[in-house]
Write a protein that binds this ligand. Sequence first.
Ligand code: 5AD
Ligand code: SF4
Length: 440
Amino acid sequence: MRPTPPPRTYRVKSFGCQMNVYDGERMAELLAQQGITPAPEGEEADLVVLNTCHIREKAAEKVYSDIGRLRREDGTAPLIAVAGCVAQAEGEEIMKRAPAVSMVVGPQAYHRLPGMISDAVEGRRSVDTDMPAETKFDALPARRKVGPSAFLTVQEGCDKFCTYCVVPYTRGAEISRPFNDLVAEAHRLVEAGAREITLLGQNVNAWRDESNRGLEKLIEALAAIPELARIRYTTSHPTDMTQGLLEAHRDVSKLMPFLHLPVQAGSDRVLKAMNRSHTAESYLRILDQVRAMRPDIALSGDFIVGFPGETDAEFEDTLRLVDRVGYAQCFSFKYSARPGTPAATMPDQIAPEVMDERLQRLQAALNRDQLAFNQASVGKRCTVLVERKGRHEGQWLGKSPWLQSVHFSGEAAIGDLVEVELTEAGPNSLSARLLQPVHG
Ligand code: 5AD
Ligand code: SF4
């Protein structure tokens, strides 16, 4: 690589989960701290960070084609950094296959980007996929301005080793950030404009503090911040759904009535082959318990169809579970073999047409339930946190306590918490009538 002038502008492109969105925001803040500014809309950036996701489909191939697309007509390219889980999984391989890339940085090492950029400017390429003991959180700059709804990563990594999943390999072992750091960061987020904080982690409910207290203790501490109105957390594992956390849904009014609890499948044989440590019944029992604590709670989940060996009858078990739960919203995916995971080499991989058909049937059931949930909300009064302007003049968009998108017209501003009556339901959003602002 030849030396290049230091980059003046950047663009961070994040793919995949909320954790990546959070990492992307933090990388942007880090670059801004170095005096690099966001590239204006429509203009090429001097430095492009591809913050990649490896969880499904041909993730690595997509990255290579994205890199190819950054090439200019004269054959040159901006400075390119590949970050995120594909960077972690592929490492040196990216350097070999994509000479245009000058930096490859894993999700635990991106606080070292400034040094890597200096190297790249001097013409040296670098790969950093370490999982260093010093955490990136201590090395990152403080957050200055955030939207009304902010993310706070409290936990990273996963020790569960579901047989289809790359996360334990790309994000490493479970680590929890210290209690005091998190409370301090939450205060800073609130000062920077957040009214709602979503606690993030691959296994967020596996978070423990230094004296082994669970997530409910952190939730209680954040609930004591007066200007913070709402708390959420995602993604949870059924195994870590403790009594204390269930009770927080009853006792902490700022904890929103929403639980994202992936189940993946409804057949116990498939769940076992996936190395999920729950059965369909034990999962349903947890949902019963949380509903007893908070009767209006909205439930959400993740599903995989076509796991190796899944029979038609086993897939029907998934549909039956869906019917029993009545989810408010869900994510569902076709199984995709991830190299290096145990399931990738299991016999009886399912044909793509079969997966397509199962996914369609599952999604039809989930869409039906989502619409039914929204329709059942019509007539309710609730608060909406205003997140942005709508498409029409005077229209606002925000979220209900149950994480539904709500639009309404009237006097409001971004960051307001307003009282509305929900008037009409669609599959993906609701309309509402403004009653009165709760906080200005
Ligand atoms: N194939 C399909 N879906 C997957 N997920 C994780 N790994 C795979 C895979 N190999 C899904 C799971 C998980 C969500 C984040 O992505 O449903 O909960
Ligand atoms: Fe992957 Fe399972 Fe860990 Fe979730 S719990 S990140 S699906 S290994």
